[in-house]
Design a protein around this ligand. Structure first.
Ligand code: XIL
Length: 542
């Protein structure tokens, strides 16, 4: 049958129409709370704090919700998100937060609580997003929450709180009154959810001749069959936990190891055949408070002997459990000072303060005892930009090697900027450590679009993304050169997508960064193309 022109045209128009239609997404509005009816609706308190509607201040209209008489960091307003959770639904919560008395700025956190069909099961709590709010300024915060794939969950609530501290560490700054207003919750149109680009080259396959490429993830990123997990599988062959393998996550209470979050990442890696790096067995940050407390009196500092026992137990429990499975461990992280020598107590290291510098060699020896074959790494930052810190690291590794301490590699975190340090400085750093006979690993690569830590927020323009692309290209050229010299075999980026980067709101609150290879839509950025197929990026220099 010969098709009439009209028929063809109709088909054409219908299909254009369908395409247009499929691009107009409709989020479902779940909740708006502006409190203008003078009532608090279904908002409630999490503890004994007071939650009430007030006319003291408002973002819009006359009313807001006031939270006062807070005694714990987690005291704050809570509301049901859904009583019928559907796995993989995405909720978008926006709200305004204000406080008038307290520190010049304060962190706030939006978290979710989940109950389960089995009423006896403990509720689960998760921090979804953190924000910085300045005193006396209404600040808009927003967060996206993906409902986990868990058929046993029942009700999900969302709430606002301050960053968690144990009760005995809470100060006046953690107990401030605050206000929320104009809260809006939407459920994202499933058609609007970003999908990974299937028809592009794989990053790790493109680099396979030279080195493995890894990324840091949170357990939520690797829920099997989610798009982020697919992104991870397509482009990376090494995995590291952004937070889930740190001390406070793995051993929140003395002797009670919680493998739940840790294993989500390990299991995913084993299922998909990725190499696993562990970050980190020891750090001065993200350590649970009990670690340094005397068991009889939390106000007293733990004895040297007991702290050594605790450290050995922490290290060996982990390394024994994952023997033969985790290939490489950041045994110690950031043990050097920016001002020369070891990081001291006044720079946050209770390890150094209580144990003295020997804790470093002990940590390596204990790790080796538990797994004779794992790669043991000392990890730090700014070794490229600070000649002094670089030299300190050189001397330390040399000294450790002389003492026969089992150390295999140095990790260069490589949190660099678009403009510095220079490729030559990085090359000299890699050469210097390689000359000691240790491997070099790039452990936490990201390229900030800001020139220095304090630069204020700026728009992320195409020009900046192209500049960043050139920078990534130059860095990867150098890594290939080092790989060709057998100095390096692994490059890990610190995060999957720009929106999840630790450099958002840090170190400047309210500042957005875009330091990674993929954007929020899971789309490859110019930086990705510059390293994988530079022809695709206008003006890139080889
Ligand atoms: C960061 C994480 O990415 C953040 O989510 C967390 O809030 C703080 O720690 N150097 C390191 C990493 O060794 O552990 C840090 O990770 C980033 C700097």
């Amino acid at each position: 049958m010969k098709r009439s022109r009209l028929y063809v045209l109709t088909i054409l128009l219908v299909s254009i129409g369908l395409q247009l239609h499929s691009q107009t997404f409709k989020n479902e509005l779940i909740l708006t709370s502006d409190f203008e009816d003078g009532k608090m609706g279904n908002w409630g308190a999490r503890g004994t704090e007071k939650v009430e509607v007030t006319t003291e201040i408002a973002k819009s209209g006359k009313y807001s919700l006031k939270i006062s008489e807070r005694s714990k960091t987690w005291n704050g307003p809570i509301h049901v998100l859904t009583e019928k959770p559907v796995p993989e639904d995405t909720y978008i919560v926006t709200a305004w937060i204000y406080y008038k008395e307290g520190p010049a700025q304060s962190g706030f956190v939006m978290s979710v609580e989940r109950s389960f069909q089995n009423e006896k099961q403990d509720h689960s709590y998760m921090n979804v997003a953190s924000f910085q709010v300045e005193r006396g300024e209404w600040t808009q915060v927003s967060a996206e929450y993906n409902v986990p794939k868990d058929p046993t969950q029942k009700t999900i609530w969302f709430y606002f709180e301050l960053p968690y501290k144990e009760d005995n560490a809470v100060t006046a700054n953690d107990k401030i009154n605050f206000y929320i207003d104009d809260v809006r919750v939407e459920k994202m149109d499933p058609a609007a959810k970003p999908k990974i680009e299937l028809a592009i080259p794989s990053l790790y396959e493109s680099m396979a001749k030279w080195f493995s490429v890894g990324a840091s993830v949170e357990p939520e990123d690797v829920e099997p069959s989610t798009q982020k997990a697919q992104l991870m599988i397509k482009h990376f062959d090494t995995i590291v936990a952004g937070n889930a393998h740190k001390m406070d996550s793995v051993q929140p209470k003395e002797g009670q190891f919680d493998w739940n979050r840790a294993d989500k990442i390990i299991d995913f890696a084993e299922m998909t055949g990725m190499r696993i790096r562990w970050h980190t067995l020891l750090w001065h940050s993200q350590v649970p408070a009990w670690m340094f407390q005397d068991p009889k009196d939390p106000n007293k500092t733990v004895s040297k002997d007991l702290l050594n026992q605790r450290l050995k137990n922490h290290i060996q429990t982990i390394v024994r459990r994952y023997k033969g499975r985790v290939e490489s461990y950041d045994v110690v992280n950031e043990v050097l000072s920016d001002n020369g020598g070891f990081r001291t107590g006044s720079e946050g290291s209770k390890w150094y303060q209580i144990l003295g510098p020997e804790y470093i060699e002990n940590a390596f020896r204990w790790a080796r005892e538990a797994d004779p074959n794992a790669q043991l790494v000392i990890n730090d930052y700014n070794l490229e930009s600070s000649v002094r810190k670089r030299q300190d690291m050189y001397n330390l590794i040399k000294d450790l090697k002389q003492k026969k301490v089992p150390i295999d590699a140095v990790g260069l975190q490589m949190h660099v900027s678009i403009n510095a340090p220079s490729i030559q400085e990085i090359r000299e750093t890699i050469n210097l450590f390689a000359s000691l006979g240790v491997n070099v690993i790039i452990t936490e690569l990201d390229v900030s679009i800001y020139h220095n830590p304090s630069e204020s927020k700026k728009p992320i323009t195409n020009d900046i993304l192209l500049w960043q692309a050139q920078r990534y290209k130059d860095l990867f050229n150098l890594f290939k050169e080092a790989a060709n010299k057998k100095q390096l075999d692994t490059v890990v980026v610190w995060g999957l997508t720009d929106d999840g980067s630790w450099l958002n709101n840090f170190p400047v609150p309210g500042r957005t960064n875009a330091p990674l290879l993929f954007d929020k839509q899971l789309k490859a950025k110019p930086a990705f193309w510059a390293i994988v197929d530079p022809k695709k990026v206008p003006g890139i220099k080889q």
